[in-house]
Design a protein around this ligand. Structure first.
Ligand SMILES: Nc1ncnc2c1ncn2[C@@H]1O[C@H](COP(=O)(O)OP(=O)(O)O)[C@@H](O)[C@H]1O
Ligand SMILES: [Mg+2]
Length: 237
């Protein structure tokens, strides 16, 4: 489903220097599999997720997503691969403030050219699934952080993505709400065999994944799959 090889990302820094924030990162995840990316703040987790999802281009290395080598695609073709296969939950939700919950969830469908009553029904159904059936006409400002995060999750799932990227999906949530979020993500993963790539500080969440990749200073410092061969959920360290 996803295979990244020797991904490197370098930014131009002040004084003509180069800042390498990701160094030769390689891993893969099969259809229906799950990977957690952990590591301290600034270690390159968000950068890695953006590259894997085709939101950003690497300085070197390759990303094969849903069978397409995305570095070789035009901006438009990349957007199409994203729209067809990818769901993304951003660290800060990125809901549209002027749209209601249900309108936010419908955005990816409208980008696909699927408007209308069916679209709205599908969006409402997903909102109910994440426990926001009564909140569909609320604006983001009228929702708590946990509720906004659930709207963002419903939006990420509305296209039935084959692969879901989540950047610290429980980062801003209290432990009860975080637990509910984890159950939702893995419930949808099991129901729909969605592949998961999760960036997290949350050990409960990381341990639910089949594989844990630890980043430090932009490099992989440990990979549970490399240690235990076939890491089992809950056993990976
Ligand atoms: N557009 C950018 N230009 C320059 N440096 C960046 C840019 N985006 C991220 N960085 C740097 O890359 C490093 C990794 O950032 P990030 O991937 O957001 O880390 P994490 O998500 O693990 O906290 C940080 O040092 C950050 O300052
Ligand atoms: Mg980050």
């Amino acid at each position: 489903m996803l295979k990244v090889e020797r991904l490197t990302k370098t930014y131009d820094a002040a004084g003509g220097r180069q800042l390498t924030v990701l160094k030769e990162v390689s891993f893969g995840v099969g259809a229906g599999g799950s990977v957690a990316v952990v590591g301290p703040s600034g270690s390159g987790k968000t950068t890695l997720l953006g590259l894997c999802a085709g939101l950003d281009q690497p300085s070197s290395g390759t990303v094969v997503l849903a069978g397409r080598s995305i570095g070789e695609l035009s901006e438009d073709a990349r957007a199409q691969v994203r729209n067809e296969h990818v769901g993304f939950v951003f660290q800060n939700f990125q809901l549209v403030p002027t749209l209601t919950a249900v309108e936010n969830v419908m955005v990816p469908l409208e980008l696909r050219g699927e408007g209308g009553a069916d679209t709205e029904a599908a969006a409402c159904q997903l909102l109910a699934r994440v426990g926001l059936g009564e909140r569909y006409d609320h604006y983001p400002v009228q929702l708590s952080g946990g509720e906004q995060q659930r709207v963002a999750l419903a939006r990420a799932f509305v296209n039935r993505p084959k692969i879901l990227f989540c950047d610290e999906p429980t980062g801003n949530l209290d432990s009860d709400t975080a637990h509910a979020m984890v159950e939702l993500i893995f419930g949808l993963n099991h129901e729909k065999a969605t592949t998961l790539v999760l960036v997290t500080h949350d050990l409960e969440l990381a341990k639910r994944c089949q594989r844990i990749i630890r980043l430090r200073g932009g490099a992989v410092v440990s990979d549970s799959a490399a240690k235990s061969g076939d890491a089992l959920p809950g056993r990976a360290r």
